[in-house]
Ligand binder design. Sequence first.
Ligand code: UDP
Length: 329
Amino acid sequence: MTRTLITGGAGFIGSHLAETLLGRGQHVTIIDDLSTGSLENIRHLMDHERFRFAIETIGNEMVLDRLVSECDVIYHLAAAVGVQLIIQNPVHTIETNVMGTEAVLKAALRYRAKVLVASTSEVYGKSEHVPYAESDDVTLGPTARNRWAYAASKMVDEFLALAYHREHELPVVVFRLFNTVGPRQTGQYGMVIPRFVQQALGRQPLTVYGDGSQTRCFCNVLDAVRAIAGLAETPRAVGQVFNIGSTEEVSILDVARRTLALVNDGEESGWREQISLVPYAQAYAEGFEDMLRRVPDISKIGGTIGWQPTIPLDETLRQVIAYYRSAAD
Ligand code: UDP
């Protein structure tokens, strides 16, 4: 029986991963300091006999050591995430992401636990050539711009994880999550879909940044956690980096239109009046650069574990709408 530890397990992705792994019969322990996660995300799991949780930071070495000593696989998801947070709290972001991963890898080495390290499509920086493949070169902006601190901190995490594998034969897998969406994601840190859904439900204008022609590919969180769990179960994945994301590319303006159509029960007319175009200069701090396109190449994970996303964006939007409707009740 696999004993699993999820750092950041009360977060949006971690809580879905916990649920999926419990469903597969595993013992799941999470550690989360609730900085961006919440007890609400895991409340429905608390009575499960194979579930345990520690409300603690991974900076607490003693607690981390004990939890790692009791597990076989660690999913390291604890991190400072979200573009807004990164711009507001650069010191916290860099320290949490780099020191947290270092602490997890060190503890894993003591007990030879397998570690799956969460990374992000942000590491591709502002490369213009899409789709992004794992072996591509990356282009980041200058260090004077906070925005790139997030990408750089996650790159250090990746380097460190791969170095533990090469130098100490620690079994590690790195996965780069592209835009991931679903119930329990909060719009509080800037993520576009929960923001649009909450705005639409609250009859507020949807804040589309720029002209909305920038595109993204949104992967349902259930598809994403299935990919993460699949990588953990595949010995061939060890020592490698994998993209996880959808390849269904949509413009942000289209996301706004589709959100409004679903919230308004298929009523398509008048959607433009329900959108407010916000110039980038107003939306983000000075010097912020938004990516025009971000598309993953998912052939590597497809070839390794046979994974493909299955849930289309409209279905994901319906799930997020249902989640926020029931949260309002
Ligand atoms: N975005 C937007 N309105 C919002 C929040 C975000 O138009 O209220 C845009 C943002 O500029 C970006 C896209 O939606 O082009 C995705 O933003 P998010 O922060 O969700 O993810 P990321 O920028 O990391 O892809």
